[in-house]
Design a protein. Structure first.
Length: 226
């Protein structure tokens, strides 16, 4: 992974931006901004973004023109806090200006079959960071390419999931489509863990493995609470 070490500083910078505490200053400045991940709530009457850190943003200015078709979309948003809406021990809601927004690929877990092996692929990919929020598992990925669309999937073996399967084994699979490895590319992808639910339980444990560069294996152990 020596070729990917340079991404470490960028990863640390992004983590520091994501973890800023909105309450460390009683006043808000128009030249300050935060970056984080969330899910759009657009029910036709109210538009908000439920962030991974539990806060909720209500856009009143800037770049946002979402409709009901955008409901439940996964996004990375750059925003400036304009004022509190409701901030107490139970809720943290803010009026914000949306400076920019980026759609994040949000997909389910695939059940792999022998017929799918070629299209799913098993090319190396580096995981810079990973985190679980509610029913979502998000990866920050690094790979090499030259502009072609790559395929990334989270897969499980066929069959019903039972308690004896815990931790549920998942694989992070990458198909580089024979793209030329000319550039370092960074990407985010989120997977919906809802299909892992086991009746009668309120959580399941899972383990993700993936093929990293230089023959190394990536492993992530998580718990999905529902």
């Amino acid at each position: 992974m020596k070729r990917l070490v340079k991404f470490g500083l960028a990863g640390l910078l992004m983590i520091s931006l994501f973890s800023c505490d909105l309450n460390n200053d009683n006043s808000y400045s128009l030249d300050r901004y935060w970056i984080g991940f969330g899910v759009i709530n657009a029910d036709g009457t109210t538009t908000s973004i439920k962030m991974d850190n539990g806060s909720e943003l209500f856009p009143v200015d800037g770049y946002y023109q979402w409709t009901a078709d955008d409901d439940s979309s996964r996004v990375m948003v750059n925003y400036t806090v304009l004022d509190d809406k409701v901030v107490n021990d139970e809720q943290k809601q803010y009026y914000v200006r949306v400076n920019s927004v980026k759609d994040i690929l949000f997909k389910g877990i695939l059940t792999i079959t022998p017929e799918m092996e070629d299209s799913i692929g098993n090319d190396p990919i580096h995981v810079e960071d990973a985190w679980t929020t509610n029913n979502m598992l998000t990866f920050q990925l690094q790979y090499f390419g030259n502009g072609m669309v790559h395929y990334v999937n989270l897969v499980k073996q066929p069959g019903d999931i039972t308690t004896s399967d815990e931790p549920i084994q998942l694989e992070l699979r990458h198909n580089d489509k024979d793209d030329l490895p000319n550039y370092h590319i960074s990407a985010f992808v989120t997977f919906d863990l809802s299909s892992l639910k086991i009746a009668g339980q309120d959580s399941v444990s899972f383990q993700v493995t993936g093929k990293d560069f230089e023959g190394e294996t990536y492993t992530y152990d998580g718990v999905y609470k529902y």
